[in-house]
Design a protein around this ligand. Structure first.
Ligand SMILES: Cc1cc2nc3c(=O)[nH]c(=O)nc-3n(C[C@H](O)[C@H](O)[C@H](O)COP(=O)(O)OP(=O)(O)OC[C@H]3O[C@@H](n4cnc5c(N)ncnc54)[C@H](O)[C@@H]3O)c2cc1C
Length: 383
């Protein structure tokens, strides 16, 4: 017997069934539920097997009262005015520009690689103009850019590749960059300027009261009912519904009939620390990357992201691993081919719509998932 483990009220008439069953209360599922309820007047049931809403973007206050992201640091950034306007209905924002330093050869150097990174690493005094010539001088000629290694060495040469990318990528993916699609490191730019912001998107901000508050407001519509701590498979044949929106792993939906799609997972170690007297933080910036030492890839201090004032501070250490919750689709050609077989199966099902990072088996950021959900809703609404 399943109980409604939710503080969200049941919509009147739920006994007669739901128009849409949404599997997953992350960005993909919550945006779809909100649109279907508020714009199409549908009765929507959102089911998540975790005991909370927000999916991987969920945040909460820990025992000390510090706002943390249990599934790793989530920084919102987008170039889409539509996505930003849509989410702004459910939250106010705190402007925040993320900065990352990389621990290399005993120094903390700006990441992405910029003019200061190169000058400080090699003890040079290059100008932005010289930097282009410097990079052209160290870059290796690669005839066909296929792997992540090709992308980086053809842009910044072997030494910067070895110091900043190789070890990080090997830890993060459990694979050498030479074995990974070019798309993985194509995301990381190189700058000839001194711009040390991690992202350069038009909109960069954090939800003022956190992600979970924003999700609560998205799901607060009276036609939406949320059922937490429940695997959809336990209710799918019990609860009447007409259409399903599925945002979990696509291979799990089809009971891995073509084999398992590989995902990379992470172990998060959350640590509460006391900054030195008179200081609010223990790190100079939000995230410090450790490409070459330790088993963890990076350490993030949440107070930089959240702007929270608190005498203590909370850090999260990220340890990549092969097993555990599915976080990152592994971008390799053979995995994409396997995904295509599941995608073909999904297209056969007219009563199920697949969206989100896991159902699309794509490395989507939050804003891309919101954009995908908004456009999918428009398509469904036209049917
Ligand atoms: C460590 C990390 C850091 C990230 N940092 C950023 C960042 O800084 N900026 C950014 O833009 N993006 C970031 N992302 C990406 C971001 O997390 C995703 O884009 C976004 O959360 C995807 O939303 P989603 O709804 O597709 O998936 P999810 O948030 O994964 O939601 C899917 C939900 O489905 C539920 N589910 C699965 N199977 C079932 C089932 N059988 N029954 C019921 N429920 C089920 C899951 O419990 C989950 O809650 C990061 C991701 C990770 C892993």
């Amino acid at each position: 017997m399943h109980t409604f483990k939710s503080h969200f009220p049941a919509p009147s008439g739920s006994a007669t069934g739901y128009d849409t069953l949404v599997v997953g209360a992350g960005f993909a599922g919550s945006v779809m539920a909100e649109r279907l309820a508020s714009q199409a007047g549908q009765r929507v049931l959102v089911v998540d097997k975790r005991p909370h809403i927000g999916g991987n973007a969920h945040d909460r206050h820990d025992e000390s009262g510090l706002l943390i992201h249990p599934y790793g640091p989530h920084i919102f950034h987008t170039n889409s005015a539509d996505v930003f306007a849509y989410l702004s209905q459910f939250t106010a924002w705190r402007p925040y520009q993320h900065r990352v330093l990389c621990s290399v050869d005993g120094q903390l150097l700006p990441m992405p690689i910029n003019l200061d990174t190169v000058n400080r690493l090699y003890g040079l005094q290059l100008s932005a103009f010289d930097m282009e010539g410097f990079l052209a001088g160290v870059a290796e000629k690669v005839d066909q850019v296929r792997s992540s290694e090709d992308v980086v060495v053809s842009r910044v040469g072997r030494d910067l590749y070895e110091k900043f990318f190789r070890g990080y990528t090997r830890k993060q993916w459990g694979l050498d960059p030479s074995e990974l699609d070019a798309s993985v490191t194509a995301r990381v730019p190189t700058r000839t300027s001194r711009d040390d912001r991690y992202f350069t998107d038009t909109y960069q901000a954090m939800p003022l009261h956190g992600y979970t508050r924003m999700f609560e407001r998205m799901l607060a519509h009276p036609n939406i009912h949320v059922m937490l701590g429940t695997d959809y498979r336990d209710i799918v044949h019990v609860m009447p519904w007409k259409h399903m929106v599925y945002t979990g792993p696509i291979d799990a939906f089809f009971e891995h009939r073509h084999g398992q799609l590989p995902y990379r997972s992470l172990h998060f170690e959350h640590v509460t620390v006391q900054p030195p007297a008179g200081q609010a933080h223990v790190q100079p910036v939000g995230t410090v990357n450790h490409p070459n030492d330790h088993l963890y890839t990076r350490v993030t201090e949440f107070k930089h992201l959240t702007g929270q004032r608190h005498e203590a501070s909370s850090l999260v250490y990220e340890y990549p691993r092969a097993h555990g919750d599915p976080y990152y689709p592994v971008p390799r050609a053979e995995n994409t081919q396997l995904y295509r077989r599941y995608e073909a199966d999904a297209e056969e099902l007219s009563d199920v719509t697949f969206i989100g990072r896991l159902a699309s088996y794509k490395y989507y950021n939050m804003d891309q998932v919101v954009a995908q959900a908004l456009s999918t809703f428009k398509r469904l609404a036209q049917r």
